[in-house]
Ligand binder design. Structure first.
Ligand SMILES: *Cc1c(COP(=O)(O)O)cnc(C)c1O
Length: 461
């Protein structure tokens, strides 16, 4: 066979063998030789065996259909109408209809969708907002940029979502809103959260930035609370590069949001006559026509892709759940669809002969399976203390509320700390692969489990 026709699979095999040879040559410990003797398929790739996954590429992200999508985008370009106009309105209508919600407002990104929603519920300096710690930083920075105080509610260790059982203890006279985040695309326990919000007269703003088309009791997340926020950033399940949306069934609120993102200019019931001047403080967060064109194209595939991710995630979970030390996510009984922006599980190193998570991730990557450790603890990051030292915060809150030691004490989240130290993630594009890709992921983990002692010995050297 010519060198040119050599496939990547064979290339990896050849080079893995070479690597194994090299290790033996430098005098690897006898445990490694034993590993090599069991054959290159059974040996972990990090010790010179053949990787469990040897295909060319994981499904690329984002993806598009050149024939249809590029035409749609070029049409906008050639029209010369690039600022907000008809295509943005069409995208907003399509997104609202996909979710089964009355209104959708497209904005520059998910972070500013959250900022807009918080500000138009008039949540401001002196108010408290309940947030989970297991989330992307934007959830919390959106609260802080409105001058409000984030109060962390620890997670449910089994679902990784804000734990409803821990909410009421965190409610004070300052509390105005609960911001559940459907983190990783797995829905929060909305039945319980809505009941608590109703009892205490709190606004619920869903951060659904990772949860496009996920459902609780057949209702799309983002449409269950008073408002929902989405992100269309490039990595998200509906990618536009950048983009976001606020959705709600509340017309008056949505009019205010529109007005806010357009310099406070009048819109709908957000009072005043057009041309008479802005009558509320606003900013500019408008979406553009070519972004909307990409969004419309992406939206056509979202439902089918969500189904594929669900099928692969469900199958992968069934294949790895019995490996000792691998504890996959669980969904609440009320969840009728998850979005699987990520596939998470806990890695218990005790069951892997004490092999650290970092070493496990390295060994898994060597098997051809991309993986990461996910979020670090958000509630202790320095940006919170930095915000508390601002003039605005100092004038809005009593001194002791800004004492960072006291704040950290009150906002301890031990369940989240543990999850951050144990989590392993696969990204959503991997779940667009085949059943055989999922089998390869499972065998890679099996292989590492079987050879954990050897891998640990090697990685210590
Ligand atoms: C991505 C994300 C955001 C912010 O969205 P951007 O479009 O990146 O600004 C907010 N919250 C969560 C949970 C996210 O994953």
């Amino acid at each position: 066979m010519s060198k040119a026709s050599q496939t990547r699979r064979e290339f990896i095999k050849t080079n893995s063998l070479a690597a194994a040879g090299a290790m033996i040559a430098v005098g690897a410990p006898s445990t490694l030789l034993a590993g090599a003797r069991i054959g290159k398929t059974a040996a972990p790739a990090i010790l010179g065996g053949t990787p469990a996954w040897t295909k060319e590429k994981w499904p690329a992200w984002p993806r598009w259909n050149p024939e249809t999508d590029e035409k749609q985008l070029l049409e906008v370009m050639r029209s010369g109408v690039w600022s907000r106009a008809g295509v943005v309105t069409e995208f907003e209508k399509a997104w609202a209809s996909a979710l089964g919600v009355k209104r959708s407002l497209a904005v520059v990104n998910g972070t500013n969708a959250l900022v807009t929603a918080i500000s138009q519920f008039k949540i401001q300096a002196g108010d408290e907002v309940l947030v989970p710690p297991y989330t992307f930083i934007a959830t919390v920075s959106a609260v802080l940029s409105n001058g409000a105080m984030p109060v962390f509610v620890d997670i449910d260790p089994v679902t990784y979502q804000m734990d409803p059982a821990k909410i009421e203890a965190k409610i004070t006279p300052r509390t105005k809103a609960i911001m559940p985040v459907h983190i990783l695309g797995l829905p929060a326990d909305m039945d319980k959260i809505m009941a608590i919000a109703k009892k205490h007269n709190l606004v619920v703003i869903e951060d659904a930035c990772q949860a496009h088309l996920a459902e609780v009791n057949k209702q799309k997340v983002g449409t269950i609370g008073h408002a929902g926020c989405f992100s269309f950033q490039n990595s998200k399940n509906l990618p536009i590069g950048e983009g976001g949306a606020v959705v709600s069934n509340d017309d008056a609120f949505m009019d205010l949001c529109f007005s806010y993102t357009n310099f406070g200019n009048p819109y709908g019931s957000a009072v005043g006559a057009v041309g008479a001047g802005a009558n509320m403080q606003g900013t500019k967060l408008r979406f553009s026509e070519y972004q909307a064109a990409i969004g419309l194209a992406q939206l056509k595939r979202l439902d089918a892709e969500t189904t594929t991710r669900t099928e692969n995630a469900t199958y992968l979970k069934s294949q790895i759940k019995d490996i000792p030390g691998i504890v996959p996510y669980q969904l609440y009984d009320s969840v009728t669809r998850a979005a699987f922006h990520l596939f998470p599980f806990r890695y218990k190193q005790e069951a892997f002969k004490g092999l650290s998570r970092a070493a496990f991730l390295k060994a898994l990557s060597a098997e051809g399976v991309p993986c990461s450790s996910g979020y670090t603890t958000l509630n202790t990051q320095p940006f919170i203390a930095e915000t508390f030292s601002s003039k605005g915060y100092k004038s809005a809150y009593p001194k002791e509320m800004l004492d960072i030691k006291k704040y950290n004490e009150l906002n301890k989240c031990p369940e989240n700390d543990l999850l951050c130290s144990e989590a392993v993630w696969f990204t959503q594009n991997m779940l667009l692969g085949t059943k055989s890709d999922m089998d390869d992921i499972a065998s890679a983990i099996q292989k590492i489990h079987k050879n954990a002692e050897q891998i640990k010995t090697l990685s210590k050297k």
